[in-house]
Design a protein around this ligand. Structure first.
Ligand SMILES: C[S@@+](CC[C@H](N)C(=O)[O-])C[C@H]1O[C@@H](n2cnc3c(N)ncnc32)[C@H](O)[C@@H]1O
Length: 464
């Protein structure tokens, strides 16, 4: 049974159900121009961002507004803000997500004519180079003997239990990489890399369930061959189409709004974001659910050459907001860096669960929760410094159940904000019964009964 401690601090307008903000789930983005370019498991919906901007900016017509998303993901907040003429800064640790945010934010400045001719040329050459692979595959011949052979090589340090690609698909992906590397314009090259990244898993022997796992483990058959060139070309033509729409849309703004995507750690934002400069933050940090962004994008990181060795991945894991349970479970017990007795009580309750499991029990999970909330504290301190007076930070978070203990992350974050001199205006419940892997060793995962539902909430903090 999940347990719940009672709250002993007040939350103004606490946990009211939202009617003014749309569901933040990414699902709808799969149909929306620009947002549909790259699926991102934890992405926002464009509609949610639009609602938040409209409702919470005191004067949405002003042009000098600066929006910050320190966990930019694939750039949903940034793109929606740009579309409304606002200047944006995004910070994103994961290089693949940062690539997506960067390409999407600057796409309206690209020349559609140049883009189209690059796509047409790519498709033609890709077909010429990969047709022999399909023929060899149909005949049952060795696809590695096909000529021309691709120059690119699979990333040497990328390991997977099941071969990530079948031989035919792998050869085709390598040819596509060759062609992308040959593109002279760096912006078009980035856009094409992003397109390739967006279909990598689709043509592989892996799938998102929602974490990355082999297709076989999910009861699906392996992908022995796939029409990589058609899939990739279709994605590129879709991007081309969206660039035209985006350019038209952005023409209403003179001067054009500015955008900046920083590939880095949001906890260090004071190095890159000016103090008292931000009019609104709309963001969603990683939840307290140990969703492994780095592991789940390993194929993209290796195949698109963002990392080349396991220590590169380790560096990203260590910099991840809240760390990962795997990284901190065995460490010396961490300490909360601030005084918050209610949170301390929750963590102590987690720490004594399942002692027989050692670091895999409560002890390891308590360590993870402490690291997570210490990072929340740093983040709120940074918000206090970077927000202008009167500005808001809208933070979307989900509660968690850890070792059977309910952790109301939204309420806790709100109070941490107050410890950092921000005012907690309200908390809106956006979505109940969230699905995903956010349930850690709880009665829900074990099929038992439970009394605490999972939800997502928007925490609204203000700098007075
Ligand atoms: C919940 S997702 C945000 C998704 C985003 N709202 C969107 O629409 O795409 C959290 C993001 O935080 C990123 N992240 C994790 N640790 C970070 C850090 N220390 N600094 C910046 N970004 C980080 C993850 O890579 C992930 O993309």
């Amino acid at each position: 049974m999940a347990t719940q401690l009672s709250l002993n601090f007040d939350v103004p307008g606490a946990q009211s159900d939202a009617t003014l903000l749309r569901d933040p789930a990414f699902e709808q983005n799969k149909q929306d121009a620009i947002h549909r370019w790259v699926p991102w498991i934890a992405g926002f919906s464009a509609g949610f961002v639009g609602d938040a901007l409209q409702h919470y900016l005191p004067d949405p017509g002003r042009r000098d507004i600066h929006v910050l998303d320190p966990f930019a993901g694939v750039g949903t907040t940034l793109v929606e803000s740009l579309r409304r003429g606002y200047n944006v800064t995004g910070i994103e640790l994961n290089p693949f997500a940062a690539l997506a945010a960067r390409v999407k934010c600057s796409a309206f400045t690209r020349d559609p004519g140049k883009l189209l001719s690059a796509i047409v040329s790519f498709e033609r050459q890709a077909r010429e180079r990969t047709d022999p692979i399909d023929k060899a595959f149909e005949r049952g011949d060795d696809v590695f003997q096909c000529t021309p052979a691709p120059k690119s090589r699979p990333p040497a340090a990328f390991r997977s239990r099941t071969p990530f690609f079948s031989p035919a698909v792998e050869q085709k992906v390598l040819h596509c990489l060759d062609l992308i590397n040959e593109v002279a314009d760096p912006h078009i090259r980035e856009l094409m890399s992003l397109a390739l990244g967006s279909i990598l898993v689709q043509v592989s022997n892996y799938s998102y369930e929602p974490s990355l796992g082999s297709r076989a483990a999910a009861g699906k058959t392996n992908v022995l061959n796939a029409d990589v060139v058609s899939l990739l070309s279709a994605r590129l033509y879709m991007m081309y189409h969206d660039v035209i729409v985006y350019r038209d849309e952005m023409m209403q703004w003179t001067p054009l709004p500015s955008s900046r995507v920083i590939e880095g750690d949001a906890r260090l934002m004071l190095q890159t974001v000016e103090e008292d400069s931000i009019d609104i933050v709309i963001t969603s940090p990683p939840y307290l659910n140990n969703y492994h962004y780095v592991r789940n994008t390993r194929p993209h990181l290796f195949w698109l050459n963002f990392v080349s060795k396991p220590s590169d991945l380790k560096r990203l894991e260590r910099s991840n907001f809240g760390k990962y349970w795997q990284t901190v479970r065995g460490a010396e017990p961490s300490k909360l860096q601030f005084n918050f007795p209610y949170l301390k009580q929750i963590i102590d309750e987690i720490a004594v669960k399942n002692p027989q499991k050692h670091v895999y029990g409560g002890k390891g999970w308590a360590n993870y929760a402490i690291e997570y909330f210490n990072d929340c504290y740093t983040l709120c301190q940074n918000f206090y410094r970077t927000l202008r007076k009167g500005a808001l930070a809208i933070i979307v978070l989900g509660n968690s159940i850890i070792q059977g203990v309910n952790v109301p992350t939204d309420l806790l974050f709100g109070h941490i904000g107050e410890l950092c001199h921000l005012k907690l205006d309200e908390i809106h419940i956006l979505r109940k019964k969230r699905v995903g892997n956010s349930i850690i060793n709880s009665s829900i995962r074990n099929g038992g009964s439970y009394e605490i539902s999972l939800y997502e909430a928007a925490v609204i903090l203000r700098k007075d």
